[in-house]
Design a protein around this ligand. Sequence first.
Ligand code: AMP
Length: 276
Amino acid sequence: MDCHNAGLSVGMVPTMGALHAGHRSLIDRAVAENDRVVVTIFVNPAQFGPNEDFARYPRTMDADLAMLGAAGVHAAFVPSVETMYPPGLVTRLDIAGPLGSRLEGASRPGHFNGVALVVTKLLVAGLPHRAYFGQKDVQQCAVVCRLVRDLDIGVEIVVCPTIRDTDGLAISSRNRYLSPEDRVRATAIPSSLAMAIGRFEAGERDATALATTVRSCLENAGLDVEYVAVVRADDFTEVEKAAPTNQIVLAARIGSTRLIDVVRLGVDTAPVGGGV
Ligand code: AMP
């Protein structure tokens, strides 16, 4: 079916599969806002580092396709690695500057270049009117918004709110790696962000103080903190004085499981417990 010639709007939701309620929220929004929706499922080897979890990343294709059918999705695109990386491929994308090299970019060298190449290929292949991404991966959202602008890809990027479990933990495919005890300890992540939001709403504007609040809470729960930072939403530069729409971003490890989270100051409500 040629949707463009038929005058139908197309929404795309890129994923790595192992679909959960976070993905479902993007899919439901895409279905509500477009005549036709395609969901892509591709576990992209280039966005995993050599010591990361590519081999054990959850793959649940049958359940994923059942979920897409129930959600009213019109097409699933599940390319092979050979399709996305044809033999002889020499073209690379490089996300330069702080956006590509700081925080997630520093913790995961090459990650955003891998994301950028695959997202660009998916958008160019499908030429959707809109593509849907989750705020949880906020630096990825900024990278995708920037590359669409830089490469003049005429796709509207829609950033959707983070879906959380009842205890506040952002839903993630990687949560299934957590033991029951570690799953409880992981709630320090939303609690720490709730504390920082509480302090911001009480008037604290010192970015270091806010980040220290988060870091201490995570460390007290036994998490290994990779980074906590208060950043501008567009270019991910760190601020000294926190202001509304700045974001607190973090990455922490519980054993071998690495989780990330984010809240927008002055925008998001506390992810759990209403802050202190
Ligand atoms: P992934 O399969 O992890 O690459 O995620 C595919 C898309 O779903 C990305 O745009 C993610 O940001 C988004 N996503 C993942 N988890 C959540 C969540 N808990 N809430 C909202 N969006 C999410």
